[in-house]
Write a protein that binds this ligand. Structure first.
Ligand code: SAM
Length: 211
């Protein structure tokens, strides 16, 4: 099947480009041992993509919406310079606790902070004077539009917003697509991905420089 081919291809390419990583493997194991749905997180290749994107942007400030056990957080956090910072928003105390354990093992506790509570409220409290270079949206999908609207307010000119799972859950991206069609401040594309976790994709939106 196409899924088998995608899995094989991901494994093949990862065998060259995404080597085994004891810290990330331990993070997944810890999360899975504590009953977290680790399959809901990004794949290895997507994690490395987020890391590379953050590096390419020279990201110093990153916002993540939806933490789970901190797998994508570790990828993103590793891209930060010494004085960089990342905030990751998570409603579940249990998930946040596991993520904090995993970030500590990864040596990222100083740079990466988990903010516990409904992500939308946390975003509303944030001030745009300290904009983010990169915002990754991967929480409860029905709230995508609300998160995207706040992300647009909080991202710097030239910065990027990524929304995950937009092909798996198209109903929860239609409003974003409608808004993006006439948006003068953001330019965007949907990129389909097929890999070890099946068929999916993300919206990649860049805030225009000077907006
Ligand atoms: N980004 C993670 C990764 O790739 O490793 C996966 C995140 S998982 C898809 C979604 C997370 O969003 C879950 O941990 C869930 O508890 C959290 N979540 C759900 N509703 C939320 C809300 N209203 N505010 C903040 N987090 C929420």
């Amino acid at each position: 099947t196409i899924e088998d081919r995608a899995r094989e291809s991901d494994n093949y390419n990862n065998s060259f480009l995404v080597p085994a990583d004891p810290v990330l493997d331990a993070a997944l194991k810890n999360a899975s041992d504590k009953g977290l749905p680790v399959d809901d997180g990004v794949s290895k290749a997507q994690g490395k993509f987020l890391y590379l994107l953050a590096k390419t942007l020279n990201a110093k400030r990153i916002l993540e919406v939806g933490t789970l056990g901190g797998y994508s957080t570790i990828w993103l956090g590793r891209a930060l310079p010494e004085d960089g910072e990342l905030y990751t928003l998570e409603v579940s105390k249990e998930h946040a606790k596991v993520a904090e354990e995993n970030l500590s093992v990864a040596g990222l506790s100083a740079k990466c902070k988990v903010i516990v509570g409904p992500a939308y409220n946390s975003m509303l409290d944030m001030k745009p004077e300290v904009p983010y270079d990169l915002i990754f949206i991967d929480a409860d999908k029905p709230s995508n539009t609300k998160y995207f609207t706040e992300a647009k307010r909080l991202v710097r000119a030239g910065g990027v917003i990524i929304v995950d799972n937009v092909i798996q859950f198209p109903d929860h991206v239609e409003e974003i697509l409608q808004a993006l069609r006439n948006d003068k401040d953001l330019e965007a594309v949907t990129m389909g991905t097929i890999g070890e976790k099946g068929y999916d994709g993300f919206i990649y939106a860049r805030k225009r420089s000077g907006s």
